[in-house]
Every structure is written in C-alpha cells, then in structure tokens.
Design a protein around this ligand. Structure first.
Ligand code: TMP
Length: 210
C-alpha cells in the first residue's frame, strides 16, 4: 500500500474534527490527495450503525457486548469498503477514531475483556494498522465542557459518567505509553493553531513530508 493511514484519537471534545480539517487543507496544499473519514460512520452502512450507537433512546437499550459488536461491524465494513481501497490508491487517509477507541471506550470505559476486544479488532481490520495515530490529550472536564457549549445535545456515550470518561482517558495514556512509536501525544489544551503546528512537525518527522 502506497498511501498513509493517519488516525486521530482522544476523549470527547479533544478537537479531533477541527484538527483533521486543518491537516487536510495543509496536506492538500502540498499536492497530496487526502480522504477524511471516521468511525463509526465512514460508510453508508456505518452511518446507520452510528445512529443506532449514539442516539439516546430509553426504549432501545444497547447492552455492552452488543455495543462492542456494532463498533466492530462498522469497522469491518469501513476497512473493506473505504480504508483499504483508498490506501491502495495512494491516498492519505485521515480517520477520526479507530481500534484504540474500542480499547479505550469498551475496554477501559466499559471494562470488557481485552482479549475479546483484540480478537474483534483483528477480525475487523484484517491487520490494517495506522502509520501514525495522533492522540489529542485534553482534560476530560475541559473536553466535555466544549461539547456542552455546542448546540447539539450530548449523545449516548457523551452522557456517560465522568468516571467512565476518566477511565477512557487512562486507556489512551496507557496505549500511548505502550506504543510510543505509533501513538503520539499532542497537548490538546493548546490553541488550535499551536496544536496544528505540533501536528505538522510530527507529520514532517514521521511521514517524511519535509
Ligand atoms: P465522535 O465521532 O463524535 O467522536 O463519536 C463517536 C463516539 O463513539 C465517541 O463517544 C467514542 C465512541 N466510540 C466507541 O465507544 N468505540 C469505538 O470503537 C469507536 C470508534 C467510537
């Protein structure tokens, strides 16, 4: 595969979406062909799965293992239909969340079995891992406050307890510590411009752009 697979991760309100947009514009200005995508919801089927996963509905509860399987199903479809074909065409694929979200949210957050999560991640990805993963590290309270300021209400996962979100944050910290070559921490509390500048430096170094 000639393309590059770049993933953005972090807790709610960490700034992934705006940083991905800035990166896409920057890479395109260098003449690089970029695709922006996300999980869940990077395919037509995934859009339906995302709605099922994130809408808060009292009369349609989702048990924890079902939630895990739905994220895995979204990923399997996304890898096969979108990620692998785009990478094979030499594109730079910028993806909002991937396997580390499942480890952080379903593993650390929900406390589901890590072996099961790794097995499902392997099945869903067929072994596709990122060239680099940017972890935008912000304090959980800061991120949730940013979300609350937005016009849309909080979704099913955002409405989880603060203790849940803190476990997710711990998950990212552990992942970054155990895979330092793949997962690079960026301080997400810096200004939007400064975060973007740090990400540019990381890309230049790790993806040999400069
Ligand atoms: P976001 O795209 O706005 O960040 O929302 C996606 C939500 O789904 C977010 O709360 C994290 C959650 N999520 C999981 O719990 N597990 C996963 O594997 C993925 C990809 C996302």
């Amino acid at each position: 595969m000639d393309g590059k697979f770049i993933v953005f991760e972090g807790v709610e309100g960490c700034g992934k979406t705006s940083q991905m947009q800035l990166c896409a514009e920057w890479l395109q200005s260098l003449g690089i062909s970029v695709v922006l995508t996300r999980e869940p919801g990077g395919t037509a089927l995934g859009v339906d799965l995302r709605r099922l996963l994130l809408e808060k509905s009292e009369d349609k509860p989702i048990c924890e293992v079902t939630e895990l399987l739905l994220y895995a199903a979204d990923r399997a479809q996304h890898v096969a239909q979108e990620l692998k074909p785009q990478l094979a065409q030499g594109k730079y694929v910028l993806c909002d969340r991937y396997i580390d979200s499942t480890i952080a949210y379903q593993g650390y957050g929900r406390g589901l079995d890590m072996n099961l999560i790794h097995q499902l991640n392997n099945i869903a990805t067929g072994g596709l891992i990122s060239d680099i993963t940017i972890w935008l590290d912000v304090d959980v309270e800061v991120g949730l406050a940013r979300k609350r300021k937005g016009n849309v209400g909080l979704d099913r996962i955002e409405q989880e307890t603060i203790a849940f979100h803190r476990r997710v944050q711990k998950g990212y910290a552990d992942l970054a510590a155990s895979s330092p070559a793949r997962i690079i921490r960026v301080d997400g509390s810096l200004s939007k411009e400064n975060v973007h500048q740090k990400i540019q430096e990381i890309f230049n170094l790790h993806l040999k752009l400069g």
